[in-house]
Design a protein around this ligand. Structure first.
Ligand code: DX5
Ligand code: ZN
Length: 219
């Protein structure tokens, strides 16, 4: 039996007319992290929200705020996302020509440093910084939208990344984001995934609290 993954519901699929209600629901659930998707309409073809949405929900829960920055030049805003309440700050490898510097910048704020990889970006692109990273986020869809279908090649990537992490002695955890559901969660954990993000699967289910528990108990 594999160990239970951490579950990180993505509030991109939440009800924005009553975000407080959904955050309180997550607070009372088995969710470990709350996944917060920031999109700038440049790095990805969609715009979501920024500091002004994160700040007011911070006081509603002590759960880990896992902030996924799908933005260009994230180095400009690291400090502000930390101040807004981020515990994990994840930047995209593809958005950072000076990735090593940005990882250091995130850690200097006291947050955990995450690096996300788009579906086409090889895990080997992190081989020289893997020791410095706390979280590697593998995109299992092309970033920009909730509710897309899971890309099957993700299983291979997770297995490769697990080997890279083991060989380097890195303590990084592996997070999977996009199209996660009860049909792929188990296999992802078997290949080495530690954290599962789920947006639509949780929020469009009849009973999100139950669905979160189910994802956790699948193993
Ligand atoms: C996609 C976002 C994801 C998204 C996941 O760009 O990074 O976090 O909210 O949503 P689902 O689980 O519906 O694919
Ligand atoms: Zn995300």
């Amino acid at each position: 039996m594999e160990k239970s993954p951490l579950i990180a519901p993505s509030i991109l699929s939440a009800d924005f007319t009553r975000l407080d209600k959904d955050i309180k629901m997550l607070d009372s659930s088995a969710a470990d992290w709350i996944h917060i998707d920031v999109m700038d309409g440049v790095f990805v073809p969609n715009i979501s929200f920024g500091f002004s949405v994160i700040e007011p929900i911070r006081s509603l829960t002590k759960k880990v705020f896992d902030v996924h920055l799908m933005i260009v030049q994230p180095e400009k805003y690291i400090e502000r996302f930390r101040q807004a309440g981020a515990d994990v700050i994840t930047v995209h490898q593809e958005a950072c020509p000076h990735l090593h510097r940005v990882i250091g910048q995130i850690k200097d704020t006291g947050a955990k440093a995450g690096v996300a990889l788009n579906p086409h970006t090889p895990v080997e692109s992190l081989s020289e910084v893997i020791q410095d990273i706390d979280v590697v986020l593998i995109m299992s869809v092309n970033p920009g939208f909730g509710g897309q279908s899971f890309i099957e090649n993700t299983y291979n990537k997770v297995a490769k990344l697990s080997r890279l992490i083991a060989a380097s002695g890195s303590k990084a955890v592996i997070e999977i984001d996009g199209g996660v559901n009860a049909g792929n969660a188990q296999r992802l954990v078997k290949q080495g995934a530690d954290v599962l993000v789920a947006g639509n699967f949780v929020f469009k289910s009849g009973d999100p609290v139950k669905t979160i528990q189910e994802l956790k108990d699948l193993q």
